[in-house]
Ligand binder design. Sequence first.
Ligand code: NAP
Ligand code: GLV
Length: 308
Amino acid sequence: MAIVFKSDPIRGREWARILAERAPDLEFRMWPDYGDPATVRYLVAWIPPRDVGALFPNLEILFSSGAGVDQLDLGSLPAHVPVVRMVEPNLVASMAEYVAMATLALHRNLVDYIGFQRAATWKEIRVVPAPQRRVGIMGLGVLGIASLERLRPFGFPLAGWSRSPKVIEGVTCHAGAAAMDAFLAATDILVCLLPLTSETRGILDASTFAALPRGAGLVNVGRGGHLVDADLIAALDSGQLSGAVIDVVSKEPPPADHPFWSHPRIILTPHVASMTQPATACEVFLANLRRYQQGLPLADVVDRSRGY
Ligand code: NAP
Ligand code: GLV
């Protein structure tokens, strides 16, 4: 039974080593050396090959090597092949850590202080106590909830927004499009942890920024497609937003003349907020595969009708 790995080859070599030890019944093949395509049952991919159903006619499961699946073009995948996304403890922990870092950076005026340092200016900004800084997370899924839990000890008033109603102790939960403005109006630092779907594309735009209190901060760790870049620049330049920590952009890497590289109120990181670690990813993958082989339901299956 063969598994093909088509993602970061460095991490792929670690997968190969771990699976050789832990699952000798699986024959691990690294893209593009997929061998006899008829023997391929499982594919782990960030971007699957074009026409994957024709290439691997006996494919049983497609595993996304990431938590997000917008890169997969779900409509073009064979309907009978379940798509499983990656939810593993290190990916979740590193996202929560990044969201805490970015939220604290905005809360403690790091954007200003980096500018002051460049200008050799010794100037203080009065600290706002955490209980007076409201943090709101768009997306109350695995990563949004883990991030809220990581933020909890700092004492920020916490809120979240999702499609379906949620109850999370100590978090003011809002649901649905009609509740979005109330959520935004009470959010000083907005974190985007939504999946990219037809409903959420471009959601971080001028109207969303206008609904936030003046001087709010933004953290985008969802996808670049959530953000309307020009609207962010306009909101920062007008003072409607005071700073942004951006981990994802529409085109990665952005072109050399993209304004995010040099904007003084943007901290840009290269899509590193969270990363899968092969050791824990293999554990989760194998546990899920064994469940499937015993006829039990797979975990973390993507609902194609929702797009996440
Ligand atoms: P998830 O568990 O599927 O949760 C998604 C959340 O978004 C759910 O709460 C869902 O609401 C909500 N949502 C979806 N569509 C919505 C809409 N139209 N309006 C309001 N809420 C909506 O996803 P996750 O594992 O937390 O991951 C979230 C995203 O993080 C991924 O899709 C990916 O894009 C991004 N990500 C980024 C990195 C990085 O390094 N930057 C790494 C991993 C993942 P319901 O609860 O009602 O379904
Ligand atoms: C990374 O962005 C992921 O979706 O895991």
